[in-house]
Design a protein around this ligand. Sequence first.
Ligand SMILES: [Zn+2]
Length: 366
Amino acid sequence: MCRRTRLTTKLKRLLISRYGFVLLTACLVICMNEIVCYEWMVMTWPNIDSLANKSTVRKFLLVADPQLIGEKDEGFFGLITRNDADRYLANTFSRANNYVKPDGILFLGDIFDEGLSASDDEFNRYFNRFDTIFQYKSRGNKSIVIPGDNDVGGEYYGDKNPYQRQRFSSYFGRMIQLYRQKDIEILRLDIDLRDDYLKTKQSRVLEETQSRPMTSAFRIVLNHWPMLTRSATFTKSFLHDLNPNLILKGDSHHFTIHLHDRNRSVTEMLAREFLPQPVLPIDVAQTRYVHEISIPTCSYRMGVSRIGYGVLLLDTATKSAHLTILSTPRRYGYLYVYATYGICFVIGFIFMLLCPGRSIVTYPRS
Ligand SMILES: [Zn+2]
């Protein structure tokens, strides 16, 4: 028998042996959980080519609440859970980034889960993980990162500390900043749930905008916390000062769209969890209306079932805006597959020890 035939025979014997069966099924499970599910996810994303390929369209990838798992709260399995959550974010983000090829990436706060309680060394390690997952430093000024309550506080009384805000700024830039590019203005803000706009933020915001409302076709505010569902005085003065037509936020972990009618001073919810159509046009032409869009979390650890990334497409020629959501897999389902396989493996291993045998089927010797 030639060498090649002997090798083929040995391989066939290995595959039909008990060890071969275990190896083969393990490879299939890993392949499904780590590759196939992500590739399948990409195939279900809405087709944005007709808009995205236009030279006048600016594309933004919206990333909300990645909440990188910290080093204190996870206990004994922290290393495993952190690695899995980081790998999930890297796998989904890299595919979303390739799919959209964005001109800008907007991070809508709560970057870290334990940013508030982190020491300087821990914060630096968290930042390095963030950089590895999202390639933040290598993208230069293409990304804007705003803070959330898990990064700098602001969710309840007494959790704010000027040092944490300063530290966040030293990594991600100023808290309040206006970016202008052609017909697009983007104002990053940090107005938390406890801030009184008129008392604590108005003067600093007006300093940045030189006391002029925004005037471009696309006047976008980034703020981790909601702006339209606060008191009438807050909303009215904020809208009067800045004149935005789009507010992008995170924090809730859910996807919602709120519409504020400035003439009637009322806010209503237009969508929750699901987009009415795969690629939704957003009316930004009428100064009367302001849209506030809450982007779902991209982390499977946040306890919500619908997770993913937002995509905002702004056509500077037609002055039209479109929004879509790129949903990402529910990781827990795949972790359960691993757990089930692990249990079957242990049972099978015990069975093999108790009933030693060479193969599942008898293969003729040559
Ligand atoms: Zn938050």
